[in-house]
Design a protein around this ligand. Structure first.
Ligand code: NDP
Length: 461
């Protein structure tokens, strides 16, 4: 029998990689994991976690404003960007430490180096040039922001990576893109007092979300003072008199201190030795895998953003757990990518799970759509003119709830719970016989008794 240095070698210390390495090691496997930057990966170091901390920071000015309606007088206040960055950095360092502690506690060997494939069972550690062998290899190298190489002046722009560590808070920013990152950062920067313009090529921001939420969020963001230019594209970015000049197709030139590109993310596969090892990639450079996350080389698996299936942290972690079941528990398990609940941490927030009205009307003969739009209780005293939207999409024939969409405070938290109900196949009748929790905004989800409208054969009745 061939003997290898390790049972498992994991390349990439992000969500999927760390989970695979830690759990395999805890099962008694001999495991090594290599990371070239910082343990925790995009999510912990320069993604979900610091982003959410920034979201909290950006919400305070509205909290201060709202307080007056409840009798409070809030004194003079100011915001210190460097303090936020320092606090964020120390929390990220703590989490990075916890990731490493978890790996070490499970007896996984932690390597701080880039690692590249040599063949189906061999990896080269770039810092020493040493090669090591493993029975199984997992590639979990994640992705990085699309630099938009075709845009003249793209080198003057930042991505979300740099947004987390700007030396100072800009006075103005132009953000290109209409997806999760562009929308979340537009709200963060605006909330911190930055003059913010969002430029998106399509008709309406957040193209993969329900139309009602897209429009509702667009209106709410505009009402706050965020400038949103849809059906618009950046033509060129250049430096002029200490600021940046953004030339657009339809709106002329805009000046800004910072231009941020949030135009999707690309898989980290360059220079990994994939071709040498025989691992196939697709046209976008993502690693091609089968249902079990196995690549074209049977001893090599790939999971998370490097495979470009669904670019979300919980998905990478789930794929890692399925890999463990398949490889080490004699229980072949394919990741389930259906009905994934997700949130956009905009202000107001979006929480969503299942099919949008548009998707559902293409797949189902008849739908019932339950829709509520209302002013949340807190806004009655704060005077804030915001509206909450809740929407359930129901298949009229089976009565199953196939989509649930929320715009408003804590929508992400609600989406998590709704995710369970949709995954369990709950019907509208199950929702109807569930007692409301009063007074909450979420009670609306179980008290929408009559459909707001129906859709038959794709046509709204
Ligand atoms: P998204 O895929 O969400 O959005 C990319 C945006 O860029 C879209 O609006 C897209 O337009 C636009 N775009 C792409 N290429 C071009 C181009 N050449 N010119 C102009 N516009 C372009 O990617 P993000 O970068 O925002 O985020 C990456 C991934 O990270 C997300 O898909 C998500 O899975 C994950 N993420 C999740 C978060 C969360 O869970 N809250 C937060 C942040 C990121 P169009 O719609 O027309 O294609």
């Amino acid at each position: 029998m061939t003997s290898y240095n390790y049972d498992l070698f994991v390349i990439g210390g992000g969500s999927g990689g760390v989970r695979s390495a830690r759990v395999a090691a805890s099962l008694g496997k001999k495991v090594a994991i290599a990371e070239e930057y910082r343990y925790g990966g995009t999510c912990v170091i320069r993604g979900c976690v610091p982003k959410k901390l920034f979201v909290y920071a950006a919400q305070f000015h509205e909290h201060f404003e709202d307080a007056a309606g409840f009798g409070w007088t809030v004194g003079e206040n100011s915001f210190d960007w460097t303090k936020l960055i320092a606090a964020k950095d120390s929390e990220i360092a703590r989490l990075e430490g916890l990731y490493k502690k978890g790996l070490a506690g499970a007896n996984a060997e932690i390597l701080e180096t880039r690692a590249e494939l040599v063949d189906a069972h061999t990896v080269r550690l770039v810092n020493t040039g040493k090669t090591v062998s493993a029975k199984t290899i997992v590639i979990a190298t994640g992705g990085r922001p699309n630099p938009h190489a075709a845009l003249p002046g793209n080198e003057l722009c930042i991505s979300s990576n740099e947004a987390f560590d700007l030396q100072e808070l800009p006075k103005s920013i132009v953000i290109a893109g209409g997806g999760y990152i562009a929308v979340e950062f537009a709200n963060i920067f605006h909330g911190l007092g930055v003059e913010t313009t969002l430029i998106y090529r399509g008709m309406e921001i957040l193209s993969r979300f329900d139309q009602d939420l897209r429009r509702g969020l667009h209106e709410a963001m505009t009402a706050k003072g965020i400038r949103i230019l849809c059906q618009e594209t950046l033509q060129k970015v250049s430096k002029q008199d200490g600021h940046l000049l953004v030339e657009t197709l339809n709106n002329g030139a805009l000046a800004a201190d910072v231009v941020m590109l949030a135009l999707g993310r690309i898989p980290n596969t360059e220079g990994l030795g994939l071709e040498t090892a025989g691992v196939k990639t697709d046209a976008r450079g993502a690693i091609v895998v089968d249902g079990y996350s196995r690549t074209s080389v049977p001893s090599i698996y790939a999971l998370g953003d490097v495979t470009d299936r669904v670019q979300l942290t919980p998905v990478a972690i789930h794929e890692a757990m399925c890999f463990i079941e398949t490889e080490y528990k004699n229980n072949p398990t394919t990741p389930d990518h259906e009905t994934i609940a997700t949130a956009v941490f905009s202000q107001p927030e979006i929480g969503t799970v299942g099919l949008t009205e548009e998707e559902a009307s293409k797949r189902y003969k008849e739908l019932e759509v339950y829709r509520a739009q209302f002013r949340p209780l807190k806004a009655t005293l704060s005077g804030r003119g915001e509206k909450m939207i809740m929407k359930l999409i129901v298949d009229a024939s089976s009565r199953k709830v196939i989509g649930a969409h929320i715009l408003g405070h804590d929508a992400g938290e609600m989406a998590q719970i709704l995710g369970i109900t949709l995954k369990a196949g709950c019907t509208k009748d199950d929702f109807d016989r569930t007692m409301a929790v009063h007074p909450t905004a979420a009670e609306e989800l179980v008290t929408m008794y009559a459909p707001s409208y129906r859709i038959r054969d794709g046509v709204r009745l």
